[in-house]
Design a protein around this ligand. Structure first.
Ligand SMILES: [Zn+2]
Length: 272
């Protein structure tokens, strides 16, 4: 974090071990009490574009919400350009299923030769209802299908948050506002199923906090930031459930020698 008194400057790893709160958004904390909230859409933009080595400078305790999606971050990153480094990329490969459940929802990782996401939501609201979205994560599909999906909230909850001094910046410019049975934003939805796509966006950001792209299948049913975080934590804290493998490029990972990697020693929870 920059633009703060020197003794407040801090470097915070974008890693699940830095997660300090997952109630409304994902909050990362570091030394000296430094913290930064609402990291998920920005981290999702990096993960969606396959960028895994970057320093993000922030001069506030919250990442700007922008339009409530990851699209402005993706546009800015693409405009800045992406540089390929000579170092080998590291990946976390899921070796066996890990599942967490809570409050009628669950999140799980299972072995899979790719980067599969499967997110399902089930809201007791006719405007959302039950929606499911599955994809093999690639930059092309992330940009086309996920990045623009905006965050959403029910007006009754927003009023409750406002009363407690939170979500003060929420508006039609950065949130899909819902009444019980309709979308209140005059421009309507960007996708018919924008809600589940946004939950997928959140999951991509939260799962990226594993510290490296996960080779495996992620599935969530009625999940959210908390379950996403708990699933990443449960996976990485069980050293028999994953291993680290390396490959020069993400597109070459499918051709990596998995069998040899399985025999390689665990290298501990990755940090980057
Ligand atoms: Zn979100």
């Amino acid at each position: 974090m920059t633009d703060m008194a020197d003794d407040c400057k801090a470097q915070i790893d974008a890693n699940y071990q830095s997660v300090s709160n997952v109630t409304l958004c994902t909050v990362l904390s570091g030394e000296n009490g430094a913290h930064v909230a609402t990291v998920e859409h920005l981290i999702a933009a990096f993960r969606g574009l396959n960028i895994d080595n970057a320093v993000i400078e922030v001069d506030s305790h919250e990442i700007p919400i922008m339009d409530g999606s990851a699209r402005p971050f993706v546009e800015a990153l693409l405009e800045a350009g992406i540089k390929e480094l000579p170092a080998q990329r590291r990946f976390i490969k899921v070796l066996r299923p890990v599942r967490v459940s809570e409050g009628g929802g669950f999140c799980e990782f299972t072995p899979h030769d790719g980067f599969h996401f499967d997110v399902e939501i089930d809201f007791d609201s006719p405007v959302i209802g039950r929606q499911r979205y599955q994809m093999e994560l690639t930059p092309e599909r992330f940009c086309a299908e996920v990045a623009a999906a905006r965050t959403f909230g029910f007006i009754k909850d927003v009023e409750h948050l406002w009363a407690s001094g939170r979500a003060l910046g929420a508006s039609f410019k950065n949130t899909i506002a819902l009444d019980d049975d309709r979308v209140l934003n005059p421009e309507g939805l960007r996708f018919k199923d924008e809600f589940v796509r946004h939950k997928l966006l959140d999951a991509i950001g939260d799962v990226a906090l594993a510290g490296a792209p996960i080779i495996g299948a992620f599935r969530s049913y009625r999940g959210g930031h908390r379950l996403n975080y708990l699933a990443v934590k449960a996976l990485l804290e069980d050293s028999s459930a994953w291993t680290i493998i390396e490959a020069p490029r993400i597109r070459e990972i499918r051709y990596a020698d998995f069998a040899r990697s399985l025999e390689a020693a665990h290298m501990g929870a990755p940090r980057n």
